[in-house]
Design a protein around this ligand. Sequence first.
Ligand code: NAD
Length: 274
Amino acid sequence: TQSQPGLTSATHPTPDHGESTYEGHGRLAGRRALITGGDSGIGRAVAIAFAREGADVAIAHLPEEQEDADDTLGLVREAGRTGVSFAGDVRDEDFATSIVTETRSALGGLDILVLNAGYQHDIDSFSELRTDRMRRVFDTNLAGLVFSARAAFPDFEPGASIIVTASIQSFNPSPGLIDYAMTKAAQVAFVKALAEEAGPRGIRVNAVAPGPIWTPLIPGTGWDAEKLAHFGTDTALGRAGQPAELAGAYVYLASEEASYVSGAVLPVTGGKSL
Ligand code: NAD
């Protein structure tokens, strides 16, 4: 991720995942977390923060992201925690299900499930929306998320926490991201509905809604240099955020500090309204 072409110029800064800045305070001591898409971008920053807060961490990632996954695991282990990774595709029901079972056996249980793996692409006009791309968006952001959540849900203990990486696009859909925005809106419905069912068991379900964040997803979207240069400039803070600037939101939602927070969407958008 650090050497991702296109992310190192002045307009596309190198992502900061908090490698050198995030200090833990034991807020997740003894907890066991699984983060989908935990190799890169937002998921990587969350993995680092969770480990430094005392959690053991499993990450699931696409096979082609093995190098990023190894880097992230190295940082988890440097924090003195157990780290494991699973390479595969969450669109594959068997994989998305098995990562839950394998996390429970590798870490001795599962308390925090971060459903973060996601895919987007941009189009200039609705008529350009290709079925294969749309299916990839729907299957990654929705079906994959449901597969893992459904596998984990029956055996969660009270105090468990599910966190979904939704988006500002859940509420402010851009035409060029129409299929992606549809999935991000649906993720909010998922969070609210599951929070209702999970509540009586003492399980909390929440979402973080990031605004524009510098991760490899962004140059991979296919935007031209001008669009990339303007990325995030329409926020109140006038800039895109860094993955490290999201980590605290996930730590909070996963921790006991958020014991009465469920069915919520926490915006981390640089002040741009949902
Ligand atoms: P990223 O590309 O850095 O990381 C996403 C990771 O998800 C990938 O590295 C990959 O390993 C994993 N992944 C993708 N598809 C997968 C699949 N089918 N199976 C298994 N793993 C898969 O991107 P990111 O920006 O950190 O994205 C993380 C989440 O944040 C996504 O859900 C995205 O929609 C959301 N989000 C990002 C932004 C932003 O501006 N970057 C804003 C709002 C929401």
